[in-house]
Design a protein around this ligand. Structure first.
Ligand code: WTA
Length: 565
């Protein structure tokens, strides 16, 4: 082994001694080792001399802005908890949020956690079929949404017998089975006794797509806040007086773990921008709010790159101190561009919906190797295994983690088989391929399965294929991720037309709209290719990887393997 540098030697020593338990004191606990993530994110700051410090700076692209202090956020989330209490919500019941990044999203999320119920979030671009799958599987009892979005839920409400009421944030006059948020909030007390939970009790859930079957509900524990808190502090480098901007949506895990929990548990003022992406707008927000720490995604960085290095120079962005990225491979060009544009490096962080918090990262204490994801966070053991399950260095293999990190998912909602499938011989398999070098740095290689990452958002090909074959003109469909310089990957669909179906001139556009409406505004195929047939195994399973190899101009390999599968 190469001799370790001084910084690395210190790190190695700290890492050896590290024990999650010794950091318990950084959080607030109830009697009997109980905890509540929302209490840690907001209540304890509202009870401290941080009470009047801004927790949320919110702004949209339609000229509206609002600031909520920790004390205001505390009171409003208490009110929402009381609204749910009046509805007799019980511990472990599911309440879902289907909203854009508006203040009500943050208020209701915290309110739900305070009651001991499980908060579920739904990305605002979801279409009615995607909503039905998630709300049905979770057995959600209440849903909070807006009059703009509720139509998509109304369409499938008849198939959701467990959904008792829909809470509308912007309506006073409501229909039967609907509740007016503002009316109920006005009546509710702003005092609430936060429910002490066991660290392993569920706090929130997120649906994530696999390669087969319907999306799965990943359940996260209240105790996960320990790792979210520590990584926000030690990886994102959040300090008490920072203004922090996480650009992720709470419909996805980053928007929860580092847009609500980890950031606020560190008492940090956080910016939320609800609106369309525009480089000018983003730079002006950094300037206006004097953002110090910025957590974003490679697609966004690449989009900023396209608008050039001169544009950021037009703004005073001197407040920026630390930049991080997540969700897709962070191109070395993006890091180099960041250095030119902001005089700072983007620090890559790796994790997943299932891991609940950052597990591998380019941490401030670490010398950065451009292009690598960095090293495991203190207390996280990661490795790369070969096909035989042996740890390997300098070889591509499966990226695995040793179970036991505090934010590891608790379960897959009502699907133990799926949960168990992640674990083999004492390791958690991430589904990613990676390489670990001699010095312990991890390098991302790709997915081991067909999951697609487009704009940093995770899309399961099965869901897109299912939506496609609902169309009367499509008999069969296969979907792959096609590399794209800007979006990481785009979704490409191969379809076989139904017998005697004559596609119109607008067939492609028609299909895109069809999928968007059902599934999601972000998960439709950008490219559609009509084929006579699709490659299949003898048992009739479509083999996406052959289509992908063809698309990338790679050799198809031995097609006889198709027969054996
Ligand atoms: C990918 C997002 C390369 C990876 C928090 C992982 C990354 C999946 C990185 C999880 C990174 C995440 N470099 N790829 N730094 N971070 N990924 O569940 O394939 O939306 O398995 O969680 O994104 O995506 P998810």
């Amino acid at each position: 082994m190469k001799k370790l540098k001084r910084k690395d030697r210190t790190r190695a020593k700290v890492s050896k001694k590290f024990n999650w338990k010794t950091h318990h004191d950084e959080l607030a606990w109830f009697k009997g080792e109980k905890i509540n993530a929302a209490y840690n994110a907001v209540t304890r700051h509202a009870l401290s001399d941080h009470a009047n410090k801004p927790a949320l700076y919110w702004e949209n692209d339609r000229g509206k802005a609002k600031t909520l202090t920790f004390s205001e956020l505390e009171k409003l989330s208490n009110k929402f908890a009381n609204v749910l209490k009046k509805l007799q919500i019980k511990k472990g019941e599911r309440v879902f949020i289907f909203l854009p990044k508006v203040p009500e999203t943050y208020i209701s999320f915290l309110g739900i956690l305070k009651t001991g119920a499980i908060a579920g979030t739904l990305f605002q671009a979801f279409g009615y079929a995607a909503l039905e799958d998630r709300l049905k599987n979770s057995g959600a009892k209440y849903l909070i949404t807006s009059s703009e979005l509720v139509g998509r839920v109304d369409k499938v409400k008849k198939n959701l017998p467990k959904l008792k009421k829909i809470i509308l944030i912007d309506k006073i006059k409501v229909k039967k089975n609907e509740i007016s948020y503002s009316k109920e909030m006005a009546k509710a007390s702003d005092e609430f006794k936060v429910k002490p939970m066991k660290p392993e009790d569920p706090a929130f859930m997120l649906y994530t797509s696999g390669t087969t079957g319907k999306p799965k509900g990943v359940i996260h524990k209240h105790g996960a806040i320990l790792q979210q808190h520590l990584t926000a502090k030690k990886v994102l480098d959040l300090k008490e007086n920072d203004i922090y901007w996480c650009t992720a949506d709470p419909g996805w895990v980053t928007g929860i773990a580092y847009g609500i929990l980890g950031n606020w548990s560190n008492g940090v003022s956080s910016l939320v921008y609800e609106g369309k992406f525009s480089p000018d707008k983003w730079y002006s927000l950094i300037k206006k709010y004097k953002v110090k720490v910025w957590y974003t995604a490679p697609t966004a960085i690449r989009m900023l790159m396209r608008s050039g290095v001169k544009l950021p120079k037009k703004y005073n962005l001197k407040s920026l101190r630390y930049l991080c990225s997540v969700g897709e491979p962070l191109n070395p060009e993006a890091i180099r561009w960041g250095r030119k544009a902001f005089g700072l490096s983007f620090h890559d962080t790796w994790w997943q919906t299932e891991t609940g918090a950052i597990c591998i990262a380019n941490q401030p204490t670490l010398k950065m190797k451009v292009g690598s994801m960095g090293k495991p966070f203190l207390g996280v053991k990661a490795a790369v295994l070969n096909d035989k399950g042996k740890e390997v260095l300098n070889h591509a293999g499966d990226l695995v983690l040793k179970p036991g990190w505090p934010s590891m998912m608790k379960e897959i909602w009502r699907n133990e088989k799926k949960y168990k499938s992640y674990f083999k011989k004492g390791w958690y398999y991430s589904g990613d391929k990676a390489l670990q070098d001699q010095e312990g740095y991890f390098w991302f290689i790709g997915r081991a399965d067909d999951i697609i990452k487009t704009r940093g958002e995770r899309v399961g090909p099965f869901e897109v294929e299912s939506a496609l074959i609902e169309h009367p003109g499509i008999a069969e469909a296969a979907v792959i991720g096609k590399p794209d310089a800007l979006l990481g990957e785009i979704i490409k669909a191969f379809v076989v037309l139904a017998k005697d179906y004559k596609p119109s001139k607008n067939f492609t556009e028609e299909i895109k709209k069809f999928v968007k409406k059902r599934l999601a505004g972000h998960a439709y195929p950008k490219e559609i290719e009509i084929r006579k047939d699709l490659p299949k195994t003898r048992s009739g399973k479509i083999v996406r990887r052959f289509l992908k190899a063809q698309e990338l101009g790679l050799t198809m390999g031995d097609t006889s393997t198709l027969e054996k599968e």
